[in-house]
Structure formats: C-alpha cells, structure tokens
Design a protein around this ligand. Structure first.
Ligand SMILES: *Cc1c(COP(=O)(O)O)cnc(C)c1O
Length: 476
C-alpha cells in the first residue's frame, strides 16, 4: 500500500476530480428536474448488478465507482426529497468530514484528538446555553440519537437507583414512562439495560399526540401493579411520526413530584430552541436532567452526530462508571471532561463535534436559526394546502417540519389505507418526490418531512397534484 496510494500529487488530482463530480451533483440535484430523488431498484436485482468479486489486481476505476454511487443514491439535495428526517447536508460540512477522514484523530482520550475534543465541548456548551443551563451543564457526543438515548438512560439509572447499578447490577425491577409516540429506540435502550419489554411503560397521548398528564399518573399505577419502580420519564421533543412536542413544563412538574429523572428525546426537535418563533414549544427544557439532540437532522450536518446533554454535567460521568486505567490518567472524573471515551459506549470516535463547531463559527448561528424557521414554515404552508383541499385530510397541525396527511378522494369507497400505500409507491416510481408513510392509531398516513431549504411552496402544491394523479391512475 505504498507508492501511488499515498502519493500527495495523486490525491490532489483525484480530489479535484471528485469535487467536480460532487459539485455537478449539487447543481443537478438542486435543480430538481435532472434526476430522480430516489432511484428505486429491487434489492435482489441491485445485488446481482454489484460484483462480489475482489480480485488481487485493480479492477474498477475509483472515480467511476464514486460517480455510480452519486448517480444511484438517494438525492437529498433534490427539493423533492421530503421523506425521512435526514439532513440535506451543508456542502462545507461534507468537506470538513473529508478532513476528519484523512486526519483520523479518534477521540477516546484527549491526546488522540485534542482540538477535536475541545471543539466538541464548545458545541455542547452552545446547546446547553440555548436550553438555559449554566456552566455546570456538560455532556458528550455520540453516533446517533439511539445511542444518545441509551447513554442518557444509563446515567438516569445509575443516578436514580440508589445504589451502584453499574458495578452491582440492578437489584429491583425498574421502568421508564414514555409516550405511545416515542421513538422505538427508547424501548430498545430499556431492553438493552435488561429491564425487558415491560420496562418501557407506554402512556397515552391526546388527539395531537402529546403525552397526557393523567396518563402519566396511570403509568405510575401500572408500574406499581407490575412491581416496578419508575426511575425516569422520557419526553419526546418532538415525536418522530407527527412532530408533536410533549408539554415539558407539565412533565417536569410530574417528575419533580415523583422524584423522577426527566430525559428529553430532542433528537429531532431540540434545535427549535434556537428559533425565536418556535422555542416556546420546548418551554421547560431547562428543567430536564438530560437532553439528546441530533445535529444530522435539523442542523444540516452529515450523519451521525448527536449531542447528549446533562443539566448537571457530572451526571454524564455516571453512564459508564468504569475504570480503564491504561487509557484514563486520573481517577477524578471532575477533572477528566477531556477524556470523552469515559462517557460513551464508543471508544474510538469520529471528530463529529469539530464539523459542527467549524460550521457554527464559519457560517454563524443566524443561518441555522433561519434554516429551522424555513423548514418549519414550509411544513406549516403544506399543512395549509392539505387543510384547504377537499380530497385530503390532515392528521394534526404540524409543530415541527413534519406533516402527516392522507388522500381521501371524493366518493372513494375502497380501502383508504391500501390507497395511501399504492399512491406512495407510484409517487416514488415517478421520481419527482420521496415521501414516506406512517401508522397512526391503526390507520396509514402519508408523511412528509421538509429537510431541504430548497423545497418551496410550488413544489408542495405539485406534490398534492402528483398524489391525485397516482391515485387516479389506479382507481380508474
Ligand atoms: C431520529 C430519532 C431518533 C433516533 O436517532 P438516530 O440518530 O437515528 O439514532 C430518536 N428519537 C427521535 C425522536 C428521533 O426523531
């Protein structure tokens, strides 16, 4: 692997070639008519097209393979990409990531990635301040919200159990209360902790999918009936399916009354705290014990990068209260904020915080505020279009950039759920949009998440027309 593989001149030439390919992609994708959003292919068909041979000698052309990847991937920079909650990535963020990939400064301990570690801390502080927390707050970054929620719940368990669970194992059956709209990773985290399927007690939500105070009380009773002690409540800010924000003040009151840890799963919605218009949806977040915030959703960063934040930064050291003396220099966790590997499941970690730091500083924070406002604004506009159309139904008023709706053609007497599924398949095949679907209270709904600031009202109007056509083609 010596010679040209590490040759700087070769890197320069290939790199320029790659940047040209990516810039062309951006130009075409953002135009929105030059390529499908999602080139749908049957998985087995695609498997047959991708060689499984790995010959000793060079076979394929490096840039050729990357060009294929660009052409045949999902195109999130296409303004018709309104599907899952994955960010339309800032091109500069992609360049920053390329730098990390080459430098490969992992971050288990400070000396493996010094500036990277400090930049991560500064980004954590930025969010902590936005939540209204003081200098005693702290936290760590993980690869994704699922791992972030597990990390926070491990700290909650250690903090609220009343004994050293990490060392001794759990002595009593425990549980967390979580809304019936919570992301599945919360239940999964609970099961990873060994609490079983009953360890996540799901409580009912109101007609707009917010957790209900009276349902929390009933959750406590259900836990007692099952012989379980509740340690924490997980609030969704916002929920994944409909983008509904649980009422944090009420949940915080409930937690204070029952001495419970309040964890806020803000994987999707926590960045709304940056917006003057929308921050009120997170009122009460300053009372949370921990918050998870994905930057690869509303903050336009490449996956994965998640901030796991603790109002009392010392709690961040309780998730993995473990000694690894060959790595960590000092037994005093207070002085070891810089050895982030103590506080995550991960050992080697990508310099994810550094990308966020560089972008927040080089672009300024206003642009992120405006980004959030634009995406939520477009979702609100789309909801208005749906509400005004006689042949569409809105699941609930959007609070974030997520809208659930369904097509209800006048006089249609068939299976409405099946119709949504058919319509979605046809819309995807046509290539101008990527939308997803979700189940709400037993019914199937189409779901749009506006992630791309280049999406505009005209395109959302066109989506409704496209859905009508997709339904008409089959129904007729
Ligand atoms: C996306 C999401 C998650 C999962 O986060 P990943 O980063 O995909 O692991 C968890 N909770 C909520 C509310 C989410 O929207």
């Amino acid at each position: 692997m010596t010679g040209s593989a590490f040759d700087p001149a070769e890197f320069r030439a290939t790199g320029h070639g790659l940047v040209d390919i990516l810039a062309d992609y951006l130009e075409r994708a953002q135009r929105g008519d030059a390529m499908p959003v999602l080139p749908t292919v049957d998985p087995d068909e695609l498997l047959a097209q991708v060689s499984g041979e790995f010959p000793e000698d060079p076979t394929d052309d490096f840039l050729g393979l990357l060009r294929q990847l660009v052409d045949r991937s999902n195109h999130l920079h296409h303004p018709g990409y309104i599907g899952h909650q994955v960010a339309t990535v800032l091109p500069q963020a992609a360049l920053a990531e390329l730098t990390h990939a080459l430098l490969n400064n992992g971050m288990a301990v400070y000396e493996m990635g010094q500036l990277q570690t400090v930049m991560e801390r500064r980004v954590i502080e930025f969010f902590a301040r936005a939540f209204g927390w003081d200098d005693s707050a702290g936290g760590v970054m993980t690869h994704g919200g699922s791992l972030g929620n597990l990390t926070a719940l491990l700290a909650a368990r250690q903090s609220k159990s009343g004994h050293d669970v990490w060392t001794e194992g759990q002595r009593e059956a425990c549980a967390v209360l979580v809304s019936d709209q919570a992301h599945y990773c919360v239940a999964r985290a609970v099961q990873v902790m060994g609490w079983g399927a009953d360890g996540a007690i799901r409580v009912a939500t109101d007609e707009r999918f917010h957790v209900r105070r009276d349902a929390l009380e009933r959750g406590m009773e259900a836990a007692a009936a099952r012989g379980r002690r509740v340690l924490a409540v997980v609030a969704s800010s916002c929920s994944t399916a409909t983008g509904s924000f649980d009422p944090l003040e009420e949940v915080a009151d409930f937690c204070a009354e029952h001495d419970l840890w309040l964890h806020v799963d803000g994987a999707h919605g926590a960045p709304l705290v940056l917006s003057a218009t929308h921050a009120h949806k997170l009122a009460g977040i300053e009372r949370a014990d921990s918050v998870v915030c994905d930057l690869h959703k509303l903050m336009s960063m490449p996956a994965l990068v998640t901030a796991v934040l603790f109002r009392d930064g010392r709690k961040s050291h309780e998730a993995f209260a473990q000694e690894a003396s060959y790595l960590f220099r000092d037994a005093d966790p207070e002085r070891e904020w810089f050895d982030v590997g103590r506080r995550t499941l991960e050992c080697t970690k990508r310099a994810m915080g550094a990308t966020a730091y560089i972008l927040l500083r080089s672009l300024g924070t206003r642009c992120f505020r405006e980004h959030v406002d634009r995406l939520v604004g477009l979702a609100t506009t789309f909801a208005g279009l749906v509400r005004d159309a006689a042949d569409f139904e809105l699941a609930c008023e959007p609070e974030a950039n997520i809208v659930c709706f369904r097509h209800t053609p006048t006089g249609f007497a068939g299976d409405l759920d099946a119709l949504q599924g058919r319509v979605r398949t046809r819309v995807l095949e046509a290539g101008a949009f990527y939308i997803v679907q979700t189940a709400l209270r037993g019914a199937k709904w189409l779901r749009v998440t506006v992630m791309n600031p280049m999406t505009d009202e005209a395109r959302l109007v066109a989506l409704l027309e496209e859905v009508r056509q997709a339904a008409g083609d089959r129904a007729g």
